[in-house]
Ligand binder design. Structure first.
Ligand code: ATP
Ligand code: MG
Length: 506
């Protein structure tokens, strides 16, 4: 139940509609009823009290021994009841405790008397709940309707009308001295109320029409709402199946349009990611296959004797270098994967960056000597402490210096500068080597990327060094950037937070 937006909207709407219409309907019918009956009811009530007084004095004036007097009294009672009845446009009944109409103003036709009479021409009224109440205590009632179906009878001139009935009970003592009740009823047809109730019926039918109309509107609206949602759902299912090219064409400018736009952006990102993943796998396989093929070739050559024994050590050296490279490649890949998975835990301590640079240069001394390159150090202070993970930053420095050595011709010069800039240390490794083409500058950070020019200069590189460097610096929350001019040289600069407090503690 209520699984669709449409059914939910319909349920809420119908509930709201019913509540609103019930409240309005009740208020309207209450207002209409009291508007048309209050004044008249008051008049009838006053009249019923007057009728009671009249009846009381009639009973008091009855004289058992004077029947002529009694007949005259009877006549004048009837006359007065008729006058009061006509003036108030009502039927007046004086009813005994057992439900017989004792006296009444005109209005009963012979056929009614025949139908409801008890054989002696005395009419019995329907004894309903309110009549029982009236016979039990001195009270008043006021009702609108047809007096328990009594006035519905077609024998009545006003049959089918709505009637306002006012009833009042009075305590009397009967001829035997017992307590009894006399109930005085006044009934008047209220035509206006009937009309008003007609209006109320129109109100109800217009409410029905409004509900139907609104249901149609909600249906159309929910279709408009759910159609794009279904489109998005289908597209999501296709993307889940790996069809990343799927895009949505939803032009609406509302939240759904926004959702579709974001969805498309997500699809683009997923597609890029997928392409990157494919590229990465292709790169890794290529990088692994090339050295393995050559290793296999040399080993086979040695085994089948194609390579003469005196050349074997030469090829075995190449095989060793290649396996070293493979080893480095796999280790670097694993490190990168760990970093990207957020598994790299840095232990940030105050590190003397100047000292670290010196250590790296010493480690690379053999290479520097081989290429007859010089390293100039340009430090602002003797010792500068930074907040860093020592091993990680050593790896960064080593990579940058190693790159500088590799991509600078023999006899070149490398410069390491450390500057203080707004509480940060800026470390620059600058060379006067082959440089990097402007178009390639953005790509050197990508995994496996090697510039065309560099390939001939360095065959051992895996192209993962700078990707690792960038990751490490990012993990430190710092920046690294490169400036380069082809043929003139390259400079890499990264920042590190200066460690003040720790220096004092050292
Ligand atoms: P690895 O560092 O894994 O041994 P690599 O040095 O080739 O291999 P990166 O350090 O990631 O890989 O460098 C990527 C590429 O950027 C290099 O192949 C080279 O083309 C270019 N590059 C890096 N540093 C310099 C530099 N100092 N001068 C010129 N080109 C550079
Ligand atoms: Mg490198």
């Amino acid at each position: 139940m209520f699984k669709t937006i449409f059914s939910k909207m319909i349920a809420i709407f119908i509930a709201l509609f019913i509540i609103a219409f019930t409240i309005t309907g009740f208020m309207l019918s209450y207002f209409l009823d009291s508007y048309f009956t209050d004044e008249k009811g008051d008049l009838l009530e006053v009249t019923s009290t007057a009728v009671n007084q009249l009846f009381e004095s009639y009973l008091e004036s009855l004289d058992q021994s004077n029947s002529l007097n009694n007949a005259r009294l009877e006549e004048s009672l009837n006359y007065l009841l008729n006058v009061l009845g006509r003036n108030t446009n009502s039927y007046i009944w004086i009813v005994s405790k057992n439900g017989y109409i004792y006296r009444y103003s005109d209005g009963f036709s012979q056929s009614i008397i025949n139908k409801y009479g008890n054989g002696e021409g005395v009419i019995k009224i329907p004894e309903d709940k309110s009549f029982t109440r009236l016979t039990q205590e001195v009270t008043k009632i006021r009702e609108v309707g047809d007096f328990s179906g009594f006035f519905k009878d077609p024998l009545y001139a006003n049959a089918g009308d709505l009637w306002l009935t006012v009833g009042q009970s009075f305590k009397y003592t009967d001829t035997d001295g017992n307590d009894t009740m006399v109930i005085i009823y006044l009934h008047t047809p209220v035509k206006d109320l009937k009309n008003a109730r007609e209006v109320f019926k129109y109100f109800l039918s217009s409410a029905g029409a409004a509900i139907i109309f609104s249901l149609i509107m909600i249906y159309i609206f929910s279709l408009r709402l759910t159609r794009p949602l279904k489109q998005i759902k289908n597209a999501a299912a296709r993307i889940a199946n790996g069809e990343f090219e799927k895009r949505l064409d939803i032009k609406s400018r509302d939240e759904i349009g926004e959702l579709a736009k974001t969805f498309n952006q997500m699809a683009v990102s997923l597609q890029n990611l997928e392409e990157m993943r494919r590229g990465f796998i292709a790169n890794v396989s290529h990088e692994l296959r090339t050295p393995m093929t050559s290793i296999r070739g040399f080993v086979e050559g040695i085994l089948d004797g194609t390579i003469p024994p005196e050349r074997q050590s030469h090829y075995l050296t190449i095989v060793r270098d290649e396996t070293d490279r493979l080893n480095r490649l796999v280790n670097n890949l694993l490190d990168l994967a760990k970093m990207e998975a957020g598994e790299m835990k840095l232990s940030i301590v105050p590190v003397n960056i100047n000292e670290l640079v010196r250590k790296c240069v010493i480690n690379l001394e053999t290479l520097l000597l081989e290429k007859n390159q010089t390293v100039d150090a340009d430090f602002e202070e003797e010792d500068l402490f930074v907040k860093a993970d020592m091993d990680a930053i050593e790896r960064v420095l080593y990579n940058l210096l190693h790159n500088a050595i590799k991509f600078t011709p023999a006899g070149g010069n490398i410069k390491v500068m450390i500057r203080l800039q707004k509480g940060k240390a800026e470390v620059t490794v600058k060379d006067n080597g082959i440089g990097i083409d402007e178009n390639e500058l953005d790509m050197i950070w990508d995994r496996f990327y090697k510039t065309d020019k560099s390939r001939s200069k360095d065959k051992t590189g895996t192209g993962l060094g700078l990707a690792i460097v960038k990751n490490i610096i990012n993990e430190h929350g710092q920046r690294i950037w490169v400036e380069s001019k082809q043929g003139e040289g390259t400079s890499f600069t990264f920042t590190l937070e200066r460690a003040y407090e720790e220096v004092k503690n050292q």
